[in-house]
Ligand binder design. Structure first.
Ligand code: HEM
Length: 207
């Protein structure tokens, strides 16, 4: 018999606090965030996702997920960084987190996908905060799936609920999602420390 907890509720309760911490610590989520914070956010997302996007989406997925269409967020970010003036060589040398989550079971894949697909949900909120700083630029990353956003999210939930029918699978997915969130948070923090260090080195000696 199917147990009552849903996959989505397990994913949410495993990651809710991590999402809150992430939002509270990210400069781009600040009410006064501007273009610079947004470009740092994009660079860091790229550096984290670059380690596994292709492996994640090119693995086995139910057809309802439309995995091939989800496998392109690095390209969205690259479009935005180029539009902001970053040239090929600078793009090629962006720091990479080297995160390689285990992706060998459907449960692990759904857990990691939850984090990436969920990240699209905050795009509109972020777009509104950043609108004054971005002027008439509508970044590809913030457009996400556009009008199709709700359809993609619903399809993800439907497929996750059909695939994660045992408590064990749901726990595995929730643990994978929490691990992905934690690794992203650690990476953002590392990059912020590096930038702060660079700032300090650039400030001329006041003595
Ligand atoms: C940059 C600032 C961010 C803001 C302002 C933000 C905001 C939001 C908001 C408003 C929602 C709820 C959307 C809805 O219910 O329609 C949401 C959901 C979500 N966000 Fe974020 N978010 C941010 C960053 C991120 C990042 C970096 C990740 C992970 C890579 C992430 C992962 C998620 C997930 C997984 C959900 C789905 C929660 C659920 O409904 O189960 N978010 N976010």
């Amino acid at each position: 018999m199917r147990e009552t907890a849903t996959a989505l509720s397990e994913l949410r309760s495993a990651t809710r606090a991590l999402h809150e911490q992430l939002e509270a610590s990210l400069p781009v989520a600040d009410a006064n965030a501007g273009r610079e914070e947004f470009l740092h956010y994009l660079q860091d997302m790229w550096g984290w996702l670059s380690g596994f996007e292709a492996q994640l989406w090119q693995a086995e997925w139910p057809s309802g997920m439309n995995a091939a269409a989800r496998d392109g967020k690095l390209a969205w970010i690259e479009t935005d960084l180029r539009a902001a003036g970053m040239a090929g060589a600078a793009l090629a040398s962006l720091p990479q987190a080297g995160y390689r989550p285990a992706l060998d079971t459907p449960a692990a894949r759904f857990g990691v996908a939850y984090v990436i697909e969920g990240a699209q949900l905050g795009g509109r909120v972020l777009g509104r905060t950043l609108a004054p700083a971005l002027g008439d630029w509508t970044p590809r990353w913030l457009q996400g799936y556009g009008e199709e956003q709700a359809r993609y999210w619903q399809a993800f939930i439907r497929c996750a609920e059909s695939a994660l029918v045992t408590q064990e699978a749901r726990r595995e997915a929730a643990a994978a999602a929490a691990q992905a969130f934690s690794s992203l948070a650690a990476w953002f923090a590392q990059r912020q420390r590096m930038r702060a260090g660079n700032e300090v080195r650039r400030v001329p000696d006041a003595a």
